[in-house]
Ligand binder design. Structure first.
Ligand code: OXD
Ligand code: MN
Length: 640
């Protein structure tokens, strides 16, 4: 049988025999047998070799390619995808950057198709879709069988977290999507560097991915192959992932949500650490004192903007470690140390602009992949909120677009994938294997009413409860009705790889020694999104949020009620501190008052909704959470 590989406009005729054929640059591999030999040359880890062999037998790709993770490989693959119509190369003002348009049915995470498969259904909890692991494997096997026919299986060893960090963990993803390879190259530390540091018996999280679109001989490929059937499946007890049918973001870049949150959260529960949906930033005050802060907001609620913020307060500086995921381990000194397991940003494009996030714009001015944004006539990208609308463009569906069309040019969940270290505000410790000590944890969501601009917990238990009570008006990051309020505890609802009741218990267990409680981060809750009667945001947000961060910073140094006032819900800024928050800002006294108004009925109704929500966890709900609800109710009735 003869196969044709078109590569850099050369055509190689490759005999599919066990005799290896390598192109002149030594990249394309002409037989499966040789590819496994190539993997064997790169690693003596028998577990990886065996697992890859098994996946190849099941998925039956035409070829196997072991990714080296180099820049050259990235550019080569991107150029090849330009040739086959998957990517458009952007103009030279944005070097080495490309645009992809997905299938219109493959544009976001598919929570309804995401499963946690534990032996006992209760262990997955009501927060997850569940299927028995064996039943799921029986369901998936025929789907994966032959799923990579006509395609290459790419093998990607990757590290979540800096190489050599005892907080990091390794995975190996196989995929038949070169687009996924190029995204993973940006989002993780991927390739030879990872294999080189792995020992013979090291474990890894096996991540099997296919777009689920085998190619018959001679069949023309789609620009975005995918399958209408989708499964994003996690086996936390085996620490394994299988994903079928989608090429988009969190469904397909398995190091991200699947590994670093769903599988890692289950690992963290077993091993006593935390895997969280949080940004990490370094905040330096005008005296040069620095603290690290982590913040958990639901998807598309501004984590990227906050992580890269330019403070408006003179002399203050924000530096960026990560915008989405945080792994925290409690070390001997009692403090929580954090790493960002990722190596890149997978940010929401719409709304990103020179005024909302100038650092992001600089981070994406080269070596960036864009998905589902619009293309301008001069071959650059555009999205709603970036700048005034161009007179015409090609929209995310590949159709001609003018502003009068009335539809968005970029999909609301369109994204950029860019290397972390391209961000001008990157923190010097971003790649430090030790991690950084966290002083404050902030929770938050989009709430047009009820929740004040900022408040602080009384202690870790109360803070855990505050995190557990996070609720947010839904965005386009996942399927569902935009705007509907949904409970999203710790912003982890779509990402907690086990029963959320047990997750609350795990959070509570972090404070396990009263002698070191004071070493744990202080916990806060923020809401930039409160609106007035006319549905206008009360708070300016963006760089002005540094004012809130300043209060958080000061509270980490403060004793007792300094700069704060105890209320029914927790500490809020004292009158004095509220004045400081507003100082120099064009904001009315009424707006400031409204930002901190605690309305008894609204709070009782929120609490009611929390009681109802938590009922589903039955006896997995820790008593402490119920205690916290009871105490809050008493305080509301007494003080509001
Ligand atoms: C993300 C998300 O992509 O949370 O970060 O959806
Ligand atoms: Mn996220």
């Amino acid at each position: 049988m003869l196969k044709n590989f078109i590569f850099k406009s050369k055509v190689f005729n490759v005999a599919n025999t066990t005799t290896p054929f390598i192109s002149s640059n030594g990249v394309w591999i002409g037989s499966r047998f040789y590819s496994i030999e190539q993997l064997k040359k790169k690693t003596n880890n028998q577990k990886i070799i065996k697992w890859v062999e098994e996946q190849a037998k099941l998925c039956k790709p035409d070829n196997i390619y072991v990714c080296d993770g180099s820049e050259q490989e990235f550019t080569k693959f991107c150029n090849k995808m330009v040739d086959n119509g998957t990517l458009t190369k952007l103009n030279s003002k944005r070097p080495n950057s490309f645009l992809a348009r997905s299938d219109p049915n493959d544009v976001a995470r598919v929570e309804s198709r995401t499963y946690i498969c534990t032996k006992n259904k209760e262990d997955a909890g009501p927060n997850n879709n569940w299927m028995d692991p064996q039943q799921m494997k029986n369901t998936l096997k025929p789907l994966f069988d032959g799923s990579m026919k006509g395609r290459t299986m790419y093998v990607m060893p990757f590290s979540m977290g800096p190489l050599g960090s005892d907080i990091s963990h390794v995975g190996v993803q196989v995929t038949d999507s070169p687009f996924v390879v190029c995204n993973m190259k940006i989002m993780t530390r991927m390739g030879d560097q990872v294999l080189n540091q792995m020992k013979e018996n090291d474990d890894f999280v096996p991540c099997l991915h296919t777009v689920g679109a085998p190619l018959e001989k001679g069949q023309k490929d789609s620009h975005w192959p995918c399958n209408t059937t989708k499964y994003i499946v996690h086996f936390p007890e085996e620490r394994a992932i299988q994903s079928f049918g989608s090429g988009y973001g969190g469904n397909a870049l398995l190091g991200k949500k699947c590994f670093s949150l769903r599988i890692a959260s289950a690992m963290a529960k077993e091993d006593g650490w935390l895997a969280e949906h949080m940004l990490i930033l370094g905040l330096t005050n005008d005296k040069g004192e620095k603290k690290y802060i982590a913040a958990a907001f639901p998807s598309a609620c501004g984590k990227t903007n906050l992580a890269m913020m330019l403070p408006t307060i003179p002399g203050w500086k924000v530096e960026t470690l990560g915008d989405d995921i945080n792994w925290m381990v409690r070390k001997k000194d009692g403090r929580l140390y954090a790493i960002n397991p990722e190596n890149g940003f997978f940010g929401v494009a719409p709304g990103t602009s020179a005024s909302s996030n100038p650092n992001a714009l600089k981070a994406i001015d080269r070596n960036t992949l864009f998905t589902n944004v619009a293309l301008t006539p001069d071959n650059d990208v555009w999205w709603e909120g970036l700048s005034p609308a161009p007179q015409k463009a090609i929209d995310w569906k590949g159709q001609e677009w003018t502003p009068s069309k009335g539809t968005p040019a970029a999909h609301p969940n369109s994204r950029f994938t860019a290397p972390l270290n391209q961000c001008p505000s990157i923190d010097p410790a971003w790649d430090d294997p030790k991690g950084v000590p966290i002083s404050a944890i902030i929770f938050g969501g989009r709430r047009s009413s009820t929740i004040p601009l900022v408040y602080e917990s009384f202690n870790w238990k109360h803070g855990t409860f505050m995190g557990a009570s996070t609720a947010s008006e839904q965005t386009a990051a996942a399927e569902g009705t935009v705007g509907a309020l949904r409970h999203d505890p710790m912003a982890m609802l779509p990402f907690c790889g086990y029963n959320m009741g047990d997750y609350f218990k795990h959070w509570l267990s972090i404070d396990n020694d009263p002698a070191t409680s004071n070493k744990l981060p202080k916990i806060f809750y923020v809401n930039w999104f409160r609106k007035d009667k006319n549905k206008k945001f009360l708070w300016p947000g963006f760089g002005e949020n540094s004012r809130v961060l300043r209060w958080v910073f000061d509270r980490c140094n403060a004793k007792g009620e300094e700069k704060a006032e105890a209320t029914a819900i927790g500490y809020i800024p004292s009158k004095e501190a509220q004045k400081e928050l507003a100082d120099g800002l064009d904001i009315s006294k009424d707006a400031m008052r409204e930002l901190f108004t605690l309305n008894k009925d609204e709070w009782l109704s929120d609490l009611q909704s929390m009681r109802k929500y938590t009922q589903q966890f039955g006896n997995r709900l820790p008593n402490e959470i119920t205690n916290q609800m009871n105490k809050l109710e008493d305080r509301i009735n007494k003080d509001l």
